[in-house]
Design a protein around this ligand. Sequence first.
Ligand SMILES: *Cc1c(COP(=O)(O)O)cnc(C)c1O
Length: 461
Amino acid sequence: MSAEKKIPYKIYLQEEEMPTSWYNMRADMKNKPAPLLNPGTLQPLKFEELQPIFCDDLIAQELNDTDAYIEIPEAIREYYKTYRPSPVVRAYNLEKKLQTPAKIYYKFEGNNTSGSHKLNSAIAQAYYAKKQGLKGVTTETGAGQWGTALSMACAYFDLDCKVYMVKVSYEQKPFRREVMRTYGASVTPSPSDTTTVGKKILAEHPGTTGSLGCAISEAVEVATSNEGYRYVLGSVLNQVLLHQSVIGLETKTALDKYGIQPDIIIGCAGGGSNLGGLIAPFMGEKLRGEKDYRIIAVEPASCPSFTRGKFAYDFCDTGMICPLAKMYTLGSGFIPAPNHAGGLRFHGMSSILSQLYHDGLMEAVAVEQTAVFQAAEQFARTEGILPAPESSHAIRVAIDEALKCKETGEEKNIVFGLTGTGYFDLVAYQQYNDHVMTDYIPTDEDLQAGFAGIPRFPGNE
Ligand SMILES: *Cc1c(COP(=O)(O)O)cnc(C)c1O
């Protein structure tokens, strides 16, 4: 009986056990995520309208609400094998430290140079751009993981890569920048004076340290005004969640080998891609009524899109040039307080996860950053891995749930996504270690300013 096997520290799969198709949750959702709208006509965007922005195959994936399985092209599977399958790790040492009867597992996605799960989608997006015969792609990056992943993917497929990096990260993380440049990407701090929208933002907000929304506007402008370029995005979009389903599919195969049924599945949520990927096959079972799981999204209290945002159509970017997406949003003008240290700073959330949350199929909690770094420290000291601050949001809630089990004596199986490593986040760790890290929870008035920027039209009040 498989359940009687001693569960190893690391459950590794063989290459042959890696998924050959991505799983598309939308196929099993009764309430589909709302379509992207053209901001001018307020009509659902058609394939042709998206062509100036995105690669053709990726648009098809973006709009595909019906196919449950989409084959992973051979070339992508071959690249995946260079750093996957990634292990599911039993956190025996953390469990012991917490003295909890809960069993804690994490899926570790930090075992590649980009240091995060983002490579899973970067390599897919670069592949489709190459297949279409494009010269290159443009993108934004916040903390830098996505830009790094994309520069690796573009180097592999010999594509030009232009990255707009949020200015505050550009200055705080010069080493990230050098990794990207080593892989051949050009990196511009955003907002910049290289684009019309960047100049406009700089004129309106002199001295701004930038936001993901600004950087997206700049990258989209450059893609649409340069022949042979398209824009790519590292989170939020349906296609990105699709590619990230490789995380959940591997997790499920690994757990099934030992007969492990998760009770709680936890992931940090910035734009929702790692969480959407981790939960995909489990949510599929839940949607089809086969199994039930508690699924928890964890977000920063300083950027609380799920827990305090509005479920409405909104722009994905500050310049308001991108399509409108229906999602939990803080408003495209929202910028987290300057003391906010690590990632997860996007104002919106994946439309898929937003719909699932709206339908009560998953929960969300917001946590404060000092508590997140306490969890990161405890995890690093027991499990050895220095976690990314983003991932540490999930660690916080995994620990909290394990401590609840200690009180009730329940032996729950807790699975969380460890999305990456924190080697480039040492300025944040320094603040924590020097006890100068602070928490800031935005007031209702703070949030009101962002909400005021959500477009108003019938049905979107
Ligand atoms: C980008 C990133 C996240 C958040 O993005 P999602 O799209 O919400 O997954 C989380 N962890 C790490 C390490 C990241 O790089």
